[in-house]
Design a protein around this ligand. Structure first.
Ligand code: C5P
Length: 219
């Protein structure tokens, strides 16, 4: 049966990768498909929430009367869109794989193949989720962690450092989990609890994540 427990709530979700331009034709990006964030958006909308979905470049499509989608390219653009809305949302879920660094300068013309080596200077992008944590007021804030080592420790560290209420850990070591797959295997940490889930479709994972969020905010 369908529950409409999120009626009256506004949920902000970031999804997908970001592309950081090098020149007019090239970028630095990553393999994030956006599937996890879009599945969460769909499930939150089905539960009656108003959803603001801010997505980096992704081929995923979504149509739902409760979902407003804003497509962006770079981390900076994602940052700007997020903080157009963040203040007034009840729940924020950061599932985007934001590039940590971007080229310091974007070349105006296509970079030519001249020298044997080419150096591109990168500068740190703003940490969108960390900034959300710093500005947190009424929002229930959820982050993601994708780790290759010391995963639980790192996830719990991020929960604390970014001032989150919940963090979803997915391990790259698990077959079928993470980035491009249609399935995911997660652990969810709050400040006091840990829940481990089996390998499932990303739609089912979205259900688990929203059940956990509801459990926390409606208690
Ligand atoms: O620190 P790390 O990048 O591993 O943290 C991952 C979490 O932080 C994810 O929820 C991701 O969406 C968010 N993040 C962000 N802005 C960044 C980097 C990561 O919102 N620049």
């Amino acid at each position: 049966q369908k529950t409409k427990n999120l009626t009256g709530k506004t949920v902000l979700i970031t999804a997908g990768p970001t592309y950081e331009a090098i020149d007019p034709v090239r970028f630095i990006g990553n393999h994030s498909s956006g599937k996890m964030g879009f599945s969460i958006a769909q499930e939150a909308a089905n539960r009656g929430a108003k959803v603001i979905l801010i997505s980096g470049p992704s081929s995923q499509q979504i149509h739902h009367q409760n979902i407003e989608i804003h497509r962006v390219t770079s981390a900076k653009e994602m940052y700007e869109q997020v903080f157009n809305y963040y203040e007034n949302v009840d729940i924020a879920i950061a599932s985007a794989a934001v590039a940590d660094y971007a080229p310091k300068e974007i070349a105006k013309e296509k970079i030519k193949k001249n020298d044997d080596s080419l150096t591109i200077e990168l500068v740190k992008n703003p940490d969108i989720l960390k900034t959300m944590g710093d500005k947190k007021d009424k929002q229930f804030l959820v982050g993601f962690a994708l780790e290759t080592q010391n995963e639980e420790e790192n996830a719990k560290g991020k929960l604390q450092k970014k001032n989150l209420d919940m963090i979803v850990l997915n391990s790259l070591r698990e077959e079928g989990a993470g980035f491009k797959n249609d399935t995911n295997k997660i652990k969810i940490f709050t400040k006091t609890e840990m829940k481990e889930f089996t390998l499932k479709s990303k739609d089912e994972v979205a259900t688990d994540i929203l059940n956990c969020i509801e459990e926390q905010i409606l208690k």
